[in-house]
Design a binder for this molecule. Structure first.
Ligand code: TMP
Length: 210
């Protein structure tokens, strides 16, 4: 098999600096001349993404399972695009993915197994960087925003589910980064962990939770 691009997912709690770090990683890749594409979930630009956006901004109400399935459908909408990019040798960086799907819905009380099922067989990340921050550190960064899940109690529960996900995954593909440190230190660690993956991979694209 010829070399393909790597699929790198960045997950994290709100206020962990995910958006800043994802764009710093993209800049480093581009500076090295590595072809890369940045994606973000939820992708609020599609029809499904607009329903999700309205729900997150509390402009509409949806059953917990219905919104969970919309988040998953939003990933499936882009699954073939991700596969094509990887096959073409592009490194795909993704700001949130299926792990957020499980973490936020399980934190609301849905079972872990039920939450995983609609995402089974999506393209699996080769590397997931989990930006971890304590609720106390998040508070010291100015607290949370206005959206539906940006509340301290919810974030605490989400963090617990992320820990469970991490304990059940292959350690090599899930790396927890202490995001409570200064931005440059965190960016350097993300780069040193990601760099080996950016040289291209010769293994087939893996499937999530199979
Ligand atoms: P964002 O702030 O990164 O745009 O994410 C929007 C919110 O949606 C965030 O609180 C996490 C949540 N979320 C889910 O509940 N399920 C999912 O599958 C994803 C991708 C995000």
């Amino acid at each position: 098999m010829s070399t393909r691009g790597a699929f790198i997912v960045v997950e994290g709690l709100d206020r962990a600096g995910k958006t800043t770090q994802v764009s710093a990683l993209q800049t480093r890749l581009e500076n090295e001349g590595i072809l890369c594409k940045l994606l973000k979930f939820p992708d609020r630009t599609t029809a499904i993404g607009q329903m999700i956006d309205s729900y997150l901004r509390s402009q509409s109400e949806l059953d917990d399972r219905a919104i969970h399935l919309l988040f998953s459908a939003n990933r499936w909408e882009l699954a073939s695009t991700i596969e094509k990019l990887l096959a073409a040798g592009t490194t795909v960086i993704c700001d949130r993915y299926a792990f957020s799907g499980v973490a936020f819905s399980a934190a609301k009380g849905l079972t872990f197994e039920w939450c995983r099922s609609p995402d089974v067989s999506l393209p699996a990340p080769d590397l997931t960087l989990f930006l971890d921050i304590t609720p106390e550190a998040a508070r010291s960064r100015g607290g949370y925003g206005e959206e539906r899940y940006e509340k301290e109690e919810m974030q605490r529960k989400v963090r617990e589910v992320f820990r469970r996900i991490s304990s059940e995954l292959d350690e090599a593909s899930w790396v927890t980064i202490d995001a409570g440190r200064d931005l440059d230190t965190v960016a350097d660690e993300i780069w040193s962990v990601s760099r080996p993956f950016t040289k291209g991979l010769s293994i087939p694209i893996q499937r999530l939770w199979m």
